[in-house]
Design a protein around this ligand. Structure first.
Ligand code: PLP
Length: 399
C-alpha cells in the first residue's frame, strides 16, 4: 500500500489541482469513522458535504449496491428498468410531490430545474423567446457547470470561464424586499438554498422562506429550493422548508439521496411543472440507472428506519449546546440547525484553515467554508457519546 506521502506526490503530479484537500489519505470508512493509509482513525465531521448522512459504508447500502450491480447495473433510459418506478413512487410519497426526474450529480439536477422552470415560463407566462429570468441569491452555491457558475457571486468560480449564461438576476440573500423588487414580467422562478451551506451555514431570518413563498404565489413565479446539502435530515427536518411550513414548487435533492454510494440526484415537483418535459427534451445515460435507484431507495429507507431526521434534531441541539459552553478567544459565534453547525471565527483568529489542520491532527476531519467558518456536519448516525469525544478535541483546539 502507498504511504500518505506517496499518495500525495502521485496525485499532485497526475491529478489536476482544482482542490486543496487536507493532507489525509483515507482508505477505510464505517459510520462516522474513517481510517488513513497509516491506520490512523478520524471522526468525519464533513460527511462529504452531507452526502454521508447515513454514515460511511452503511451495511444496508453496501448490500443493496452489491446485489443490484451483480444483477443489473445499467440499462440507459432507452429501455425501462424495474427499480426506477419504485424509487419514483417512494420518493414522491416521502416528499409529497407528484413527479420526480432522476439525474446523477447535484449540478445536473440544478440544470434540470433551470430547464424545467424556463420551459414552464415560456408555456405559461407568454415570455418572449430567450427572455426568461430566474432570480437567485448572493452567496449561492448550486454547483459548477458553466450555466450555474454564471450566477455565482464568487468571482473565482467564474474568472476565466466565460462567456457566461444570461438570464439570472442576483439579489441579496435573506432580503425579502430585494427579491420582490427584482421581479418583472420575465421572471419565471426564484432559486434559493433555504440555508446556505457553502457560504458558511448561513441561516436567513425566520419568515424569509414563508415570505418568498407568498411572493412567488402572488406573482405566478415558481419557488425552487436547492436542498442538495440541507435536505434529507441534515437540519432536523426532512427538508429545511418544513421548519416554516413552506411548500416549494420544486425541490432539488442530491448528496445523501444515495448515502455516499453512488451519484444520485433528482428534482421533485408537480405534474404541471415536470410535465413540460417531452421525450427527447432532457436526459442522462446513467440517470435513473438500476444501481442508482436501488441504492437511493435503500438510502431513503435507512433515513426513515433509523430515525435520522429526529436524531439530527436531538443530537444537533446537544452539540451546539456543548459548543456554546466552550470559552474560546477565537470564536465569534456559533450558528446552526440540526447537525449542521458553522463556527464563525473572529476576524483576527487567523482563518479557519489552521483550525481544520489542528482538528485533523487530533482526529477530527472538517473543512473550512470561506476563510473564517468551520463547518461541522457529521453523519447523522453519530451518537451523543461520540459527540462528547469530539467536543473534548474541539475544546482543546479552540481554547
Ligand atoms: C453540493 C451542492 C450542489 C452540487 O452538487 P454536485 O453533486 O457537487 O454537483 C448544488 N447545490 C448545493 C446546495 C450543494 O451543496
Amino acid at each position: 500500500m502507498l504511504t500518505t506521502k506517496e499518495c500525495i506526490e502521485l496525485e499532485d503530479i497526475y491529478g489536476a489541482h482544482n482542490y486543496k484537500p487536507l493532507d489525509v489519505v483515507l482508505t477505510k470508512g464505517s459510520g462516522i469513522w474513517v481510517e488513513d493509509v497509516e491506520g490512523r482513525k478520524y471522526m468525519d465531521f464533513l460527511a462529504a458535504y452531507s452526502a454521508l448522512n447515513q454514515g460511511h459504508c452503511h451495511p444496508r447500502l453496501v448490500k443493496v449496491m452489491q446485489e443490484q450491480c451483480s444483477r443489473l447495473a445499467l440499462t440507459s433510459r432507452a429501455f425501462r428498468n424495474d427499480q426506477l418506478p419504485l424509487l419514483a413512487k417512494e420518493l414522491c410519497e416521502l416528499t409529497g410531490y407528484e413527479m420526480m426526474l432522476p439525474m446523477n450529480s447535484g449540478a445536473e439536477a440544478v440544470e434540470t430545474a433551470i430547464k424545467a422552470v424556463r420551459k414552464w415560463g415560456y408555456q405559461n407566462k407568454c415570455i418572449k423567446k430567450d427572455k426568461a429570468e430566474i432570480i437567485v441569491c448572493s452567496g449561492n452555491f448550486h454547483g459548477r457547470t458553466t450555466t450555474i457558475i454564471s450566477f455565482s457571486t464568487e468571482e473565482q468560480y467564474k474568472e476565466g470561464f466565460g462567456p457566461l449564461t444570461p438570464g439570472f438576476v442576483v439579489v441579496t440573500y435573506g432580503d425579502i424586499e430585494a427579491f420582490e423588487k427584482a421581479i418583472n414580467n420575465n421572471t419565471v422562478a426564484f432559486l434559493v438554498e433555504p440555508i446556505q451551506g457553502e457560504s458558511g451555514v448561513v441561516i436567513p431570518d425566520e419568515g424569509y422562506l414563508k415570505g418568498a413563498e407568498m411572493i412567488c404565489e402572488d406573482n405566478n413565479i415558481l419557488f425552487v429550493t436547492d436542498e442538495i446539502q440541507s435536505g434529507l435530515g441534515r437540519t432536523g427536518k426532512m427538508f429545511v422548508t418544513e421548519h416554516e411550513d413552506v411548500h416549494p414548487d420544486m425541490i432539488i435533492i442530491g448528496k445523501a439521496l444515495s448515502g455516499g454510494m453512488y451519484p444520485v440526484s433528482a428534482v421533485v415537483s408537480s405534474r404541471e411543472i415536470l410535465g413540460v418535459f417531452n421525450p427527447g427534451d432532457h436526459g442522462s445515460t446513467y440517470g435513473g440507472s438500476p444501481i442508482a435507484c436501488a441504492v437511493a431507495r435503500e438510502a431513503l429507507k435507512v433515513i426513515v428506519d433509523e430515525r435520522l431526521v429526529e436524531k439530527s434534531a436531538e443530537v444537533g441541539a446537544y452539540l451546539i449546546g456543548e459548543l456554546r459552553k466552550i470559552d474560546s478567544p477565537y470564536v465569534d459565534f456559533y450558528r446552526g440547525k440540526g447537525l449542521w453547525i458553522g463556527i464563525v471565527l473572529k476576524k483576527d483568529a487567523g482563518g479557519a484553515r489552521r483550525f481544520c489542520e489542528a482538528l485533523k491532527d487530533k482526529g477530527i476531519l472538517t473543512k473550512e467554508t470561506h476563510e473564517n467558518v468551520i463547518r461541522l456536519a457529521p453523519p447523522l448516525v453519530i451518537t451523543k457519546k461520540e459527540i462528547d469525544t469530539a467536543i473534548e478535541i474541539i475544546h482543546e483546539v479552540l481554547s
